[in-house]
Design a protein around this ligand. Structure first.
Ligand code: ATR
Length: 292
């Protein structure tokens, strides 16, 4: 059934809970997808202060929302307020998508960041296996989700972080989940050592993100490993300083736009049961990123 674009009594709502939330590209991406498929659905930004998170989540149920995304700073703190979470959430330690079962009055927490990252790697034909040596820069939520997503591949994974203690925590957690996983934690001063034979380098820090675009998380003077692939989870800007520097050293560099699109597409499909118009979603994000 096509829809003529009006909001009416049948309009279904989803949204994104964050603080701040105005910068999010998800409303544009999802609303364009709904329009393309002629669906009477809308996606709204929902600015929720940390101390009102529990109220806001129950409010989604009361207001008949069909689902939501969750972003900074609520990805971890929302977990105790949900009725259930998936295995991916337990592993990643964070929720980015909520599915609402209105008939049961239940909120289910999911993580499509992790699957979005793995899908984008696959789409870019980057395979990760027992032979791979992965360096993950960072030890926040993004690093943990990505590391957890890759740990089962059998790859050797080094978490390199300014604050060593945070990297150690991730490694301890992953080892407790999969005894056989090959993970280690090092400080930034050991980047040269662990990256020498790396096949895949992933930036999961916020260093280089708009508006501080002239900095890179790569330590000055450390050579990039030959033949490696660099994946930067940052998508604003589309090309980061790290990506430029890596390309100059002959590496293939991939930005975070695909991860953004595939996490969104996975959420769209969970809420609506329909196949997401992925290319349109990518185009919409690109247009907005090129404008800003
Ligand atoms: P997210 O959940 O999005 O991953 P986060 O938990 O704030 O966000 O993590 C941000 C990551 O970027 C961390 O690894 C952080 O390093 P610390 O753990 O030492 O804070 C890293 N990061 C942020 N700013 C940095 C900087 N200027 N130099 C080096 N690392 C930085």
């Amino acid at each position: 059934m096509t829809h003529n674009g009006h909001i009416d009594g049948q309009t279904q709502l989803v949204g994104i809970i964050g603080y701040p939330v105005a910068h999010s590209l998800s409303p544009q991406m999802h609303n364009a997808a709904f329009a393309e498929l002629g669906m009477n659905w809308r996606y709204v930004p929902l600015l929720v202060q940390p101390q009102r998170l529990a109220e806001a989540l129950r409010g989604l149920l009361a207001l008949g929302f069909r689902g939501a995304n969750v972003t900074v700073p609520h990805k971890v703190t929302c977990i105790p307020h949900l009725d259930s979470v998936t295995e991916a959430v337990s592993i990643a330690g964070a929720v980015n998508t909520i599915r609402i079962d209105a008939s049961q009055g239940r909120l289910e927490g999911l993580n499509t960041d992790m699957s979005g990252f793995l899908t984008d790697l696959a789409v870019n034909q980057v395979s990760v296996n027992e032979e791979s040596r992965v360096v993950i820069l960072g030890a926040g939520g993004a690093a943990r989700a990505i590391g957890a997503g890759l740990a089962r591949s059998g790859a050797e994974i080094a978490f390199v972080n300014r604050t060593l203690e945070r990297a150690v925590q991730i490694v301890d957690f992953l080892r407790a989940s999969w005894e056989s996983c090959k993970v280690k934690a090092v400080g930034l001063e050991d980047l040269a050592e662990v990256s020498r034979e790396a096949t895949l380098i992933i930036n999961a820090t916020s260093v280089g993100m708009f508006p501080y675009t002239d900095v890179s998380p790569w330590r000055e003077g450390v050579p990039f490993p030959k033949g490696a692939v660099l994946y930067d989870t940052i998508y604003r800007p589309l090309q980061t300083k790290l990506m430029r520097d890596a390309e100059r050293s002959g590496l293939r560099a991939i930005g975070g736009l695909g991860m953004l699109v595939y996490q969104g597409a996975a959420a769209f499909e969970l809420w609506t049961g329909k196949k997401a118009p992925i290319e349109l979603m990518r185009r919409v994000c690109l247009e907005h990123l090129n404008q800003s």
